[in-house]
Ligand binder design. Structure first.
Ligand SMILES: [Fe+2]
Ligand SMILES: [Fe+2]
Length: 535
């Protein structure tokens, strides 16, 4: 990438397009700017399409793929860098983002296009990523994404604050899509349209639930849309982004890959779709095959480290069995990332975003994976990880702060405190299973009573489903703190309070049940994580 691309460039015609869109809104300032722009048509191309001045020129054929699935990601320094992304099924020209604020156009940034060929349909997906650099911290931006001939789609984002500051982030996993994507023939010969992945109507509600909270960013802890199960994988991805663009165009959605991102025939280890749709911070030790699968970024005093658990899990949960694919590279990177975070006086909180779990008290579902306990938990202990958000189990539960392990077959984690309202994370790491993002297969009805855990300690020969059969060992679950058997869907919100120099910092965690149309929310529980500030 050249310096000109990196810094952006000023384009008079882009400035005119941006200005025309902006001209539709009334002049407002501060926090009300986004709402005003929404009301007056800045964001949606359809509102502007009647006015040629707000669109870029049509191509010669007059048929142009629209900007689809607009979404954002933070760069590794979330104060100064955001990537804006969208995708098409055809190649496009002049893919770029027009960046400005409520005061007007600033500059444009060219997008880099990445592609993959879906191994099932043979279709090529083109994902366009514009890296916006040189941004001001703690600032609200407006942008338009476009390519030659397309109506510009608008979005907004807020950059991370400088230093210790209050902010909110959210997390869920295991969503699917709320759409129909295939035709099913009944026994009587009639046909109905049905969902083509593991989704449900709730997969749309959870997105709007997140929008009610309006976090600075959202951590998607894996199993995004289950495209690997779909007859039409491309449509499932399209629908996933159409649903989540409603939120992700306004706040970065930062993912970790789940086992259902492993798609047969898509790249050497199956993650080509995930790696193409997302443009995530770079990390050492990655190859073309593993690019984007693990990364870190910092917001305020929170260092988020996102990791890819198929690399260490015993369970055969994807389209192909890829355990060990990084040959230790991810673990080496993770240890160095954790060491950096633990030694950085600007970092108070280390948060891990990952998919498969070290703890679960559901019976007859996936269970916990010994691979995570063997490979990751000793590192979490050594470097004092405060919080883990994960999914894979399609319900909500959390652990007490855990550190160390019993000397048994399952390496049972040891709880270091039992207060469920206030948790001192210097005692251990709190694991939160937040897998109620919207699937048609919830697991909240499957809890062991009293709490217990099935741990996958290995795999045997392939069973009738073509997967390696898991070897389960049961344990009791002294680490189990809170479980939500009553509701299937929801997400967690994390309110970071930076505290004061020499005192404590806290994160107030609220788990919301998503209870209906439009993302209606009912708080299920709230508790506080706290720890001394490092500075
Ligand atoms: Fe899942
Ligand atoms: Fe999963």
């Amino acid at each position: 990438m050249t310096d000109e691309q990196n810094a952006g460039f000023h384009d008079p015609s882009d400035a005119a397009v941006f200005g025309a869109r902006l001209g539709r809104r009334q002049v407002v300032a501060g926090a009300a700017a986004t709402a005003a722009a929404t009301m007056t048509g800045f964001f949606t191309a359809s509102a502007a399409s009647a006015d040629p001045a707000t669109s870029t020129p049509r191509d010669q054929q007059g048929v142009t793929p629209p900007v689809s699935g607009l979404h954002t990601q933070f760069g590794s320094d979330a104060r100064h860098e955001v990537v804006v992304s969208w995708h098409t099924l055809e190649p496009v020209h002049e893919a770029r983002v027009l960046l400005g604020t409520t005061y007007g156009y600033r500059r444009s940034f060219r997008a880099v296009t990445r592609t993959y060929v879906d191994g099932k349909s043979g279709s090529t997906v083109y994902a366009h990523h514009a890296r916006l650099t040189g941004l001001q911290d703690d600032s609200e931006y407006l942008y338009l994404a476009t390519h030659a001939g397309a109506d510009a789609e608008g979005g907004s984002f807020r950059t991370a604050p400088h230093g210790r500051a209050a902010f909110t982030f959210t997390s869920f996993g295991d969503q699917g899509t709320p759409t129909v994507g295939k035709k099913v023939t009944n026994a009587d010969g009639t046909t109905v349209m049905a969902n083509d992945n593991l989704g449900s109507f709730a997969a749309g509600d959870t997105t709007l639930g997140v929008e009610r909270v309006q976090p600075l960013f959202h951590l998607f802890n894996g199993d995004l849309c289950y495209a690997n199960l779909a007859t039409d994988r491309i449509r499932t991805w399209w629908d996933f982004w159409a649903n989540n663009s409603r939120s992700a165009r306004h706040r970065p959605w930062m993912p970790s890959p789940g086992n259902h991102e492993n798609e047969l025939g898509n790249g050497p280890i199956g993650y080509a779709a995930y790696q193409t749709f997302f443009e995530l911070p770079a990390a050492t030790g990655q190859t073309d095959t593993t690019r984007g699968l693990w990364y870190a970024f910092t917001v305020g005093s929170v260092r988020v480290i996102s990791i890819a658990n198929d690399d260490v899990c015993y369970q055969d949960g994807g389209d192909s069995y890829v355990r060990g694919y990084s040959h230790g590279a991810q673990k080496r990177w993770l240890e160095s990332a954790l060491r950096d975070a633990a030694h950085d006086v600007a970092v108070d909180w280390i948060v891990i975003c990952m998919h498969q779990v070290a703890i679960s008290t559901a019976d007859q579902f996936n269970g916990a994976d010994l691979g995570i306990r063997e490979e990751w938990l000793p590192l979490f202990d050594r470097y004092g990880v405060d919080l883990v958000v994960c999914g894979h189990e399609h319900h909500y539960e959390r652990s007490h702060p855990i550190r160390g392990r019993r000397d048994n077959r399952t390496r049972t984690p040891i709880p270091r405190a039992t207060d469920t309202e206030v948790v001192d994370t210097t005692r251990g790491t709190v694991h939160m299973v937040i897998g109620g993002g919207g699937t048609s297969a919830p697991s909240n009805q499957l809890f062991f009573d009293p709490p217990a855990c099935r741990v996958i300690t290995g795999v045997g020969a392939k069973g009738s489903n073509g997967k390696r059969t898991p070897v389960y060992v049961h344990e009791d679950a002294p680490w189990s703190a809170v479980r939500n058997p009553a509701h299937s869907y929801g997400f967690a919100a994390f309110d970071v309070d930076p505290g004061h120099h020499g005192g404590k910092t806290s994160i107030t965690v609220t788990y919301y049940d998503v209870t209906g149309v439009g993302g209606q929310l009912t708080p299920y529980e709230s508790f506080r994580l706290e720890r001394p500030r490092r500075h």
